[in-house]
Design a binder for this molecule. Structure first.
Ligand code: T5A
Length: 210
């Protein structure tokens, strides 16, 4: 039977470079002889992708309450964990996930959901499936805004103001401070190659790979 896999999550503000990193990271881990799946939140399964669409692009003039939004993120996560993440880990694969529970802690607490409520839901949904390593891609939100503008993409979250993005950055840095054994902060304004290099270094020093 294969050993248990490794669970790596990528977090950070919009446009921080998570999707870019995930592509290079997945190739690098495969080159080391591991089976890898990449996935994302909200999403990753058929149902969770439907929830993603409902949560991120609700019908025009419709809005979710902050608690409803937090529950939607966790609804998607529960399905994702049950059907994709845990089965892959149990099969000995490495799972690299673009956003996970820390995004709910960061975004939904800023939206006004009490942190203890978020943590209680998180504990129930994760049920012990905690990432081995979380990479927090950190950058000044002004620099990330310039990247988003250059790319020309927007969604309901990305339209929010700079102050909101500064809160998001602070929330992720606080999580990293609270859980230094799990989290590594990476400077997202370095070149993609350097971001990948630092990520692999963090994996080498923190994630046991047999
Ligand atoms: N959300 C999510 C919640 O509120 N609660 C939750 O629980 C969860 C899970 C999801 C939204 O949902 C919210 C948070 C989000 O607002 P999303 O579309 O999945 O949105 O996530 P984003 O983070 O917005 O994804 P993006 O694709 O916008 O950002 P990435 O993946 O971080 O950035 P990436 O790799 O696409 O790069 C952006 C641009 O920068 C360039 C790339 O080429 C690209 O053009 N780039 C670099 N340029 C220079 N140097 C580098 N190192 C670069 N890396 C990338």
């Amino acid at each position: 039977m294969a050993g248990y896999g490794r669970f790596i999550t990528l977090e950070g503000g919009e446009g921080a470079g998570k999707s870019t990193l995930i592509a290079g990271l997945s190739e690098a881990i495969k080159a080391r002889g591991h089976e890898v799946i990449t996935t994302r939140e909200p999403g990753g399964t058929v149902l969770a992708e439907h929830v993603r669409a409902l949560a991120l692009t609700p019908p025009e003039s419709e809005h979710w309450s902050p608690l409803a939004h937090a529950l939607l993120m966790n609804t998607a996560r529960e399905d994702h964990l049950q059907k994709k993440i845990r089965p892959a880990l149990e099969a000995g694969q490495w799972v690299i996930c673009d956003r996970f529970a820390d995004s709910t802690r960061a975004y939904q607490s800023i939206d006004g959901v009490a942190p203890d409520v978020l943590l209680a839901i998180e504990r129930a949904v994760l049920a012990g499936t905690v990432p081995d390593l979380t990479l927090i891609l950190d950058a000044d939100p002004r620099a990330l805004a310039a990247r988003r503008t250059a790319r020309g993409t927007q969604d309901v979250f990305e339209n929010k103001q700079l102050a909101f993005h500064e809160q998001v950055r602070a929330a992720f840095l606080e999580i990293a401070e609270q859980e230094p054994d799990r989290c590594v902060v990476i400077d997202a304004l370095q070149s993609p190659a350097q971001v990948l290099k630092e990520t692999l270094k963090a994996i080498d020093t923190r994630v046991v790979s047999e």
